[in-house]
Design a protein around this ligand. Structure first.
Ligand SMILES: Cc1cc2nc3c(=O)[nH]c(=O)nc-3n(C[C@H](O)[C@H](O)[C@H](O)COP(=O)(O)O)c2cc1C
Length: 132
């Protein structure tokens, strides 16, 4: 299917991934699981950061669930994340205006890039160790 091939190429080409998720009934939506499950080796060893939103828990429980899934796909979750509670409160005139903490999105991406270089070093080290 064309959309699957395009999705595969998009994820394959990425150095790292940031997943954005709402929270429904303490979990992440099935649409996100479907998007993840469509691929396999494309996800391997990619650092993954999280941006979540929802009610009082700001989507953090959805992220906890996602961490189990992404580690099964050998991804490397980044600890830092952006979690937005009651997100409509931060939307004015059609624009999202987050707090200073929320602007930590930049930290997520930077951490994700850092993890990527760590992952490359770790994988180079493992390759050397195996080939010894
Ligand atoms: C049926 C339902 C269950 C929800 N459960 C949670 C929840 O467990 N935790 C939470 O933080 N927010 C919860 N919410 C709030 C949603 O996260 C919020 O409405 C969010 O905007 C949904 O994202 P979406 O509009 O992009 O689909 C729930 C909303 C609905 C309608």
């Amino acid at each position: 299917m064309r959309h699957t091939k395009e999705w595969s190429a998009t994820v394959e080409a990425a150095d790292a991934v940031v997943l954005v998720t709402p929270e429904y009934n303490f979990g992440y939506p099935a649409t996100l699981k479907n998007a993840i499950d469509y691929l396999h080796q494309e996800w391997h060893h990619k650092p993954v950061g999280f941006v979540s939103y929802g009610g009082v828990a700001a989507g953090t429980r959805a992220v906890q669930q996602l961490k189990q899934v992404v580690t099964t796909l050998r991804m490397l979750p980044v600890f830092e994340g952006v979690h937005i509670p009651w997100h409509p409160r931060f939307i004015a005139d059609g624009r999202f205006r987050g707090t200073a903490e929320m602007r930590r999105a930049r930290t997520v991406v930077e951490s994700t890039e850092t993890a990527r270089s760590r992952s490359s070093s770790a994988s180079a080290w493992a390759t050397r160790a195996v080939n010894r």
